[in-house]
Structure formats: C-alpha cells, structure tokens
Design a protein around this ligand. Sequence first.
Ligand code: ZN
Length: 249
Amino acid sequence: MQVLVISDIHANLTALEAVLEDARRHLPQASSFESVWCLGDLVGYGPDPNACVQRVRELPGLVCLIGNHDQAALGQIPLARFNREARLVAEWTRHELKKIHRDYLASLPSQAVIDSFTLAHGSPRQPVWEYILDNYTADINFDALTTDYCLIGHSHLPLVFERNGDGPSILHLLLTWEEPLELRPKMILNPGSVGQPRDMDPRASYAILDTEAGLWQLHRVAYDILAVQARILKAGLPERQATRLLAGW
Ligand code: ZN
C-alpha cells in the first residue's frame, strides 16, 4: 500500500495543495494514494482552518489524528500552555472554525495502530504533547512502543530515530533522502511539517510510505509562501507567523 504521510498542516491550504499535487506525481500510476495518514495539527498558526479541515476530510483512505493545536482550537486544553502568539491564533481559529469542522476535529483519536505502525501526533507515551527530539526521549518511547514502527509529527522536523536490539537509539538528523529509506524494525519516523517547516527549509515536507516494500521516502515541495503570508496578515494574525514561513522556522 502506498500511503501519503502528512502532519502539521497548520491551516496552510496552499502548502497542503502543493503537497497533494506533488505526491500524486510520485506515485507509480500517477493516480491517487490508497491511503492518507495525517498525524494532527490541521489548524493553528495559519489562515485557512476551515478549508484545510475540509480538504483533509476528502482524502482517500484517511486516518487522521488530533494534535495539540486542534485541541486548543476546540477549547479542550488551557491556552496558558501556549506562547502568546500561538494563543492568539488559537483564539482566532476557535472563533473562525465552522461547527461541522469543529465536530470533526473533536471526533479524531489521539493515536492509531495500523498493522505494524503506531501513529501519534507527539509520541506513543504521550500522543498529543511529548516532543521526540533526542535519543533519550526516543529510548523511553521505544520501550513503550508495541509495534515495529511509529510515525509522529509535532516537532515539525523530518527526523528518524532507530534502535537496534536493546541498544541506545540513533538519531538520523534532518535527512532529505535522494533515495527512499529502507525500514528496519524499531524506527520512529517524522515526515516533517506541511504548513510550517522548522528546519530552515521553507518548503512543505511530507513522506510517502510503501508498506509492502518497506520504504519511507521524504519529499519537499516549494509553494507560494507569499500568498499565504498575505492571507495571514489580512486575517489580522501575528506578523511573525507570516515571516517565519519564508525562513522555515
Ligand atoms: Zn504542530
């Protein structure tokens, strides 16, 4: 099965459309993906919350998780946990979201298991909040992991952690592979962020997973950032949320 793996769209419709179009070009039959796994944070930061939720809901074979920013937009978590700007956008998003999309986000699980893959926004231990950014955190999450692989988002960084046997985790840093990565049991993989990459590469990030061949291919695609920046400013959202997109942080 060819799976499109996306995460952290953050209400950036232009980036999402660019990813969907680019991903179609990478499929053998240039048709449609059999399945899309979305690892949460559909909204927050960006100007297109309704359009992004709508677009994601239409995707084929969709498995979609809730992220911390989705929970914030639903009022499920105290906004005090966010910095000032993220809080402002969460309040704006809460006001902006149509009921039908709010209800949809509220229906999403925080974790899913599909064959040998565990899906979580943050980590298998704490599906919504924990960031896996270092080997120690990866180690304790490998201990908690009951499947061979775990797909996560949340950090907006395309990282891969690997563990051999009981040994310590190894971090493969910010890799953009020319060739697909061969999956080996005990890996935690992050496709990076569609709508707000933070590895100083402003292009939208996503991955295509071939579950039969056991291959993980990361992709980056440029999109019209200026158009998104204009919509952020027009919506009255913080200017920094616009400038950061161009710098990729
Ligand atoms: Zn996020």
